[in-house]
Design a protein around this ligand. Structure first.
Ligand code: FES
Length: 953
């Protein structure tokens, strides 16, 4: 049917299908700023203005928009002339992955059209339909208020970040020597930066800048995976299992194949039977290989059965319904304790490298130090507790999506938002049985990651469909599929601690049962030393850590934010409050008595290593004061129906990437700009920070360094996959490459100026000699190329050591409605030791985003199933994540410490906060109610049950 409408001021006449959504229409017309995040109008990523009103276009038929005026973010402004809202979003750091940004900007634009002077509540209200998983909403709200003031013609204050606190500390280093650590010193401190005497010596590092990615994202120009239009492209869909555990007795695809428009139908009979791991580790074959691309056994509701490529998504879905499958159902298990039982059904008969397939054990880890039993025998007090954490989901706003096609060189190209393009290349090559050199993986912008995009999830099946059809194929999960694709391990954690009467910890025992679902994607890492590291927070001579990671007939558990330390961190920090209560000591005093200090040795390390810096004491001091701990902990409580409480939790986090290899390539161009190529830059904010590091060393502005990431044919391999590790891994390579380039630049400049290179300095792209003669870097590049006939460039490989550990203290104040069980977090106070902050504004944004995610994990988020293992959590209605109205008041303090082992002394900041928020909330609830909830999330039902149980006593 014919449809006439006005899009961004231009009248268009379009031919549409009667059932076509407005989102589909706009995307097909190239308005890529309109994003697909759900199909139920709940996430706001597809927001457009329809006659000036913000509407989700995914639930609106295109036909309904006939005669309307539509506005997308492309209308607001472009890179040459930004709208004040776009400018403010970039300026205040309100854009992280940027997937939600166009929708948010339009909701804000509509608000300011009708109310030029909104207050904070009005802004939050306007943005409440736009979910964001990255920012915690504080900066978007700040941006809208700032833009509103600018639009009213008011003068706005320059942005400042005075929340950074620096401290010098007297440390005992790991060799036992006492050393004075300056605020920022590093062997990698750039030449010419005052010898690294402090952060103010830097020109670019330490400044709150936004990178070019922010402008692309604010104007809707950034290309995510689906944002390409390929000629003759096909759409793919996957048929999934309705049973939790079954054998496929027969599968008939005749009718599906015969449907006009269908180009390929694949089942296990059509693909190579190759065992693989969806998360290959750093060494080839290092992962746990227990998956087939398509198999005759299905192990969870949602496991793959068949894949279809067709001319349209509708035809592909119709074809799915024509496939006839006969299953023989097998007994299923959903609980880790069931999985351990002697006669439990076995999920994997053929998996290689599985610890004990007959016992459904994906991994078993045992770590013991000292004499734990003896310490328990000699203790004044033994405190025990069991803590239960459910499956949750990373819920990035962008669902997994892949586009694959053959390029002009007949290379199989895979566009994906993965964090690990080289892993994808290797795994797909293995599954398809073709050489890696014939596969080119292009890393696109990712609409949130949080661990969800470190695995091969759809890339293999999409590539197989391209091979089968010789056509471009797009495969994208729906939100329902996304929610059951990968989850966070459900945990049962048992703690047992031996203490002296004064609260001194003598022994700590932590036992974990982790549910990895049908496939073991990260079991060894998660159950191993990374998870056990939480016990380092309170080092003692006697430690026992035991973890069994078990298969069940639920969706596979993947790594998610906090790298699975969050579950054990929750148990440990709740347990510390329980110990304090039983010992009759203050919960903070107990922590101070037992915590690790800068210079402490790691008690779990196989080889001696220590914590070179630790800002825990400064972090806790800030939280204690700002939370008014002494006043509120004992005299809180409100009265009657609403009870208030405060709680604190500490946390630490070390990205588990020791020994990972990364690389960087830099070349100087004739115009004085630098191309910097790396394998994995993480999210847009870490990319900005990496660019800042390079610009600092090269002596140029941020905009002079052009960052290129993650094309397997042109970028160096990056083994580490997590964003939190990137600053350390890619950062190490970037810093060393930039140092080499700087030396090359100075050597050429020395020849041009007849001066020794050591006597030269670089600032703002100009190289100066003591004689006051100077030349630009562009002149040096041209001289090298034309007069000396060589290009200034370098390639670096860097192997990481153990990254530095970040520390944080989290405080929260809560209010509990004792009649409804509703829990409201009123305030969060976080102080984070992030080493040197490369970009305080972006670090603060990462922390605020982590707070929002962690509050969700503590209070709302849980993936639920019925008794047959069928997911009940199907949409954002069922899986509530925090929106702008849910968020509490947030206070963040950045504590700078010094760690000379890393690029610019920086540490990761977001995951350490994620790990500490939920236990702080649980401790505050226990403070408010006088009874403890040990089972997450703290839903109204659980709270009411706890209140009733207490009342019965
Ligand atoms: Fe909002 Fe990533 S910046 S979802």
């Amino acid at each position: 049917m014919e449809l006439e409408l006005r899009i961004n001021g231009v009248v268009e006449s379009l031919d549409i299908a009667p059932n076509e959504s407005l989102l589909t229409l706009l995307h097909q017309q190239g308005y890529y700023s309109v994003k697909h995040g759900c199909e139920t109008g709940e996430c706001g990523a597809c927001t457009v203005l329809v006659d000036g009103i913000a509407r989700p276009s995914c639930v609106m038929l295109a036909a309904q928009a006939g005669g309307c005026t539509l506005t997308t973010v492309e209308y607001l402004g472009n890179a040459r002339k930004l709208h004040p809202l776009q400018d403010a979003f970039a300026e205040v750091g309100a854009i992280q992955c940027g997937f939600c940004t166009p929708g948010m900007l339009l909701s804000a634009y509509a608000l300011l059209q009708r109310n030029p002077q909104p207050d904070e509540q009005a802004v939050r209200d306007a943005l409440s339909g736009n979910l964001c998983r990255c920012t915690g909403y504080a900066k978007p709200v700040q941006a809208v208020l700032r833009a509103a003031a600018i639009l009213r013609g008011e003068t706005v204050n320059p942005l400042t970040y005075d929340s950074v606190q620096r401290h010098e500390e007297q440390l005992t280093n790991v060799a036992g020597n006492t050393a004075k650590f300056a605020t920022v010193t590093s062997p990698m401190t750039p030449v010419g930066a005052s010898g690294g005497s402090g952060r103010h010596a830097f020109q670019v590092v330490g400044n709150s800048l936004h990178g070019p990615a922010a402008i692309k994202l604010a104007t809707g120009k950034a290309a995510f995976t689906e944002d390409v239009m390929l000629a003759k492209g096909l759409h793919a869909r996957i048929l999934t299992s309705p049973h939790a555990h079954a054998l496929i007795r027969s599968i008939d695809i005749t009718a599906a194949k015969a449907l006009p428009g269908v180009h390929a139908v694949l089942t296990y009979q059509d693909v190579p039977r190759v065992l693989y791991s969806s998360v290959e580790r750093s060494t080839p074959g290092g992962g746990l290989r227990d998956q087939y691309c398509l198999d005759y056994t299905v192990r969870y509701v949602g496991d793959r059965v068949a894949a279809i490529a067709a001319e349209t998504a509708e035809i592909a879905e119709q074809a799915l319904r024509l496939i006839e499958v006969e299953y023989r159902q097998l007994p299923a298990i959903f609980d880790t304790r069931q999985a351990l039982e002697p006669n439990a059904p076995q999920l994997h008969q053929e998996g290689e490298g599985i610890s004990e397939p007959t016992r459904n054990l994906a991994a078993r880890i045992r770590i013991e130090r000292g004499d734990v039993e003896r310490a328990f025998a000699s203790a004044d007090l033994i405190v025990e507790g069991e803590y239960v954490l459910p499956q949750t989901q990373a819920a990035p706003l962008e669902n997994h999506s892949v586009v694959s096609y053959f390029d002009e060189d007949d290379a199989l190209v895979i566009r994906t938002g993965t964090q690990s393009p080289h892993h994808v290349q290797r795994t797909v090559a293995q599954v398809l049985g073709i050489p890696p050199r014939r596969i080119k993986v292009l890393k696109t912008n990712a609409g949130g990651d949080f661990g969800a995009k470190q695995e091969v999830v759809l890339e293999d099946i999409c590539a197989l469909l391209t091979v089968a059809t010789n056509r471009p194929v797009t495969l994208t999960y729906s939100r329902q599929e996304e929610l059951r694709s990968r989850v966070r391990h459900a945990h049962v954690v048992r703690m047992k601690t031996a203490v002296k009467r004064d609260g001194t910890i003598l022994a700590n025992q932590l036992i974990v049962l982790a549910n990895t679902g049908a496939y073991g994607t990260h079991p060894l890492t998660n159950g191993g030393t990374t998870t056990a590291e939480v016990l380092e927070l309170y080092p003692c001579a006697n430690i026992r850590f035991a973890a069994d990671v078990l298969y069940t007939n639920l969706p596979p558990a993947a790594v998610t934010a906090g790298y699975e330390m969050a579950q054990v961190a929750f148990a440990l920090e709740c347990h510390m409050d329980e110990i304090a209560k039983q010992c009759g000591v203050d919960a903070l005093a107990l922590r101070r008595k037992n915590w690790l200090k800068a210079g402490s040795q790691r008690v779990l390390a196989e080889t001696p290593s220590g914590f070179a810096s630790c800002g825990l004491s400064q972090c806790l001091q800030v939280v204690e004061e700002r939370l008014q701990w002494n006043a509120k902990r004992t005299h809180h409580n409100g009265n009657g129906r609403y009870l208030r409480g405060v709680g604190v939790a500490l946390s630490l986090y070390t990205p588990g990437v020791s020994g990972a290899t990364s690389g960087a390539f830099i070349k100087l161009n004739e115009d004085g700009s630098f191309d910097l190529s790396i394998g994995n830059g993480g999210t847009s904010d870490t990319q900005t920070m990496l660019t800042q590091m390079a610009a600092e060393i090269l002596g140029v502005a941020l905009g002079d360094v052009l960052l290129h990431i993650g094309a397997t044919d042109s970028s160096p391999a990056e083994i580490a996959t997590s964003s939190s590790a990137t600053l350390y891994t890619s950062g190490g390579a970037v810093v060393r490459a930039a140092e080499q380039i700087r030396r090359q630049v100075l050597v050429v400049a020395g020849r041009m100026l007849n001066t020794l290179p050591e006597a030269l300095s670089i600032q703002a792209g100009i190289v100066s000699a003591p004689s006051k003669k100077s030349i630009s870097i562009a002149q040096i590049a041209q001289y090298a190329l034309r007069a000396e006939q060589h290009q200034i460039m370098t390639t670096i490989t860097w192997k990481s050591q153990l990254p530095p550990t970040s520390f944080a203290a989290q405080g929260v104040e809560v209010e509990v409605d004792t009649e409804t069980g509703m829990l409201r977090v009123l305030k969060t106070i976080c102080a984070v030791d992030g080493g040197q902050f490369i970009n305080p504004m972006l670090s603060e944004g990462q922390i605020q985003g982590s707070i929002a995610q962690a509050l969700g994990a503590g209070i709302f988020e849980e993936v639920l199933y019925d008794q047959k293992g069928t997911p009940l959590t199907k949409s954002f209605r069922d899986y509530h994540i925090y929106n702008a109205l849910d968020m509490p008041e947030m206070h963040t303090t950045l504590i700078e410490t010094s760690d000379s082992s890393v690029p610019f002394g920086t540490k990761s900041v977001s995951e350490v906060v994620f790990n500490g928020i939920a236990p702080a909330v649980a401790n505050a609830v226990a403070n408010a109610l006088g009874t403890r909830i040990r089972h997450l999330p703290m839903t109204p039902e659980r709270i009411l049950r706890a209140i009733h149980a207490q009342n019965k006593k």
